[in-house]
Design a protein around this ligand. Structure first.
Ligand SMILES: Cc1ncc(COP(=O)(O)O)c(C=O)c1O
Length: 387
């Protein structure tokens, strides 16, 4: 066993993907951004062997890829200009016309749009399963032409937890590949490869970059599918900008600390919300009453800072506007995972395909940042009183 493999993951993350020493024996702490389209070769033999071009990677993107693999595992990492681009690369890489995709109904909406429009037009069909379906029910929906089972756990906005190891095992038996959008766990709190997934997607825009100023995605994969992912990635020209890769690598070094702090703050606020009269339900998998709590305890090493709650149905459009417009610390923003807390509201029924949603009130999604949880609760309390 090498000394590196005995070290804690946090330590390994800090020392992976560092800048190499120059000819003078010196190196900066952080990998600098390499700005390149052309990559020159010393001689024709090298040029013809490597066929170098910056879409294939630079020192910056290679360093980030190595650090992301240190976080999450996998044999290969392909970087994309956004999380959604990473989803699109992975799905187009592993499906062909005539294939079928099975997917959870609690899905990031743009993934649903991709499946229901572009991929459908290319001859790839999709079936949705309810996010509370049992593994047997999901396995029964797998068909001979099912190429991919695409999971999100916890589910987007509504935080249902899936039994990923059991679903991935059933998919493997049927010859299908399991892919997971593992953004909620930042690849740090849930191990998709130990659970049997062949592909894990990160919207590194969220926790890895962590500062609300970067769009970047990553497709991590095992050897069994890495060549197909590499082919789609290169053919579609999906390379991120150098500044984005550099900023994500910089943000990634502090991700474990931020995640821990944001996760603790979120759980404290979630507990507090369960006591509020205005609230019909708090959707957070680390709360003991959550339907996926047991699986969450078994499979996750902690919670991140994104969760939702549902208001009682008497609070209408105008009331929630009063609540959200007056918040001082929570920004109104659609992304999440950064250092600043964010809020948005949703009508879940409008985005579901097959499953019933039991609540009539507005869903409020919170991304808890690094502010003191007490200050955030005071901001929310004033908002709830404005309802
Ligand atoms: C679960 C999930 N996956 C993927 C994405 C896409 O990330 P990006 O904004 O980098 O395209 C998001 C963005 O909100 C998301 O919430």
């Amino acid at each position: 066993m090498s000394p590196n493999s005995r070290r804690h993951r946090t330590t390994r993350l800090l020392h992976r993907g560092r800048a190499g020493f120059g000819e003078n024996g010196l190196a900066p702490v952080n990998q600098p951004p390499v700005r390149a389209s052309t990559i020159r070769a010393t001689d024709l033999e090298t040029f013809e062997r490597e066929s170098p071009y910056a879409t294939k990677g630079t020192d910056t993107t290679r360093a980030l890829g190595a650090a992301l693999r240190e976080v999450e595992g996998g044999d290969a990492c392909h970087l994309c200009p956004s999380g959604l681009a990473a989803i699109a690369v992975a799905l187009t890489a592993l499906t062909r016309s005539g294939d079928h995709i099975l997917v959870s109904d609690a899905l990031y909406f743009p993934t649903r749009r991709l499946l229901n429009t572009l991929l459908k037009d290319y001859g790839v069909s999709t079936t949705y399963f309810g996010p509370h379906a049992t593994t047997d029910e999901i396995a029964a929906m797998m068909r001979d032409d099912t190429a991919v089972v695409f999971l999100e756990s916890p589910g987007s906005d509504t935080l249902e937890v899936l039994d990923v190891p059991a679903i991935a095992a059933a998919a493997r038996q049927r010859g299908a590949v399991t892919m997971i959008d593992n953004t909620w766990s930042a690849g740090w709190l849930f191990d998709p490869f130990a659970a049997g997934c062949a592909v894990s997607i990160q919207a590194a825009t969220k926790y890895q970059a962590g500062h609300g100023d970067v769009l970047l995605g990553a497709v991590l994969s095992t050897d069994e599918v890495a060549d197909r992912i590499a082919h789609a990635h290169l053919s579609l020209g999906q390379c991120p900008g150098s500044e984005e890769a550099w900023l994500t690598l910089r943000g990634l070094r502090t991700m474990p600390l931020r995640l821990q702090r944001q996760g603790e703050g979120a759980l404290k606020i979630a507990h507090w919300l369960t006591e509020r009269d205005e609230v019909a339900a708090v959707l957070h998998p680390a709360l003991p009453g959550h339907p996926g709590h047991e699986i969450f305890q078994r499979d996750f090493t902690g919670a991140s800072g994104l969760f939702s709650f549902v208001l009682k149905p008497e609070y209408d459009d105008a009331a929630t506007r009063r609540m959200l417009d007056g918040l001082e610390l929570f920004g109104l923003g659609a992304s999440w995972g950064g250092y600043e807390s964010l809020v948005m509201r949703k009508r879940v029924r409008e985005i579901r395909s097959v499953s019933d949603w039991p609540h009539d009130g507005w869903l409020i999604r919170l991304s808890i940042g690094l502010e003191e949880p007490d200050d955030l609760m005071a901001d929310l309390q004033a908002g709830l009183e404005r309802l």
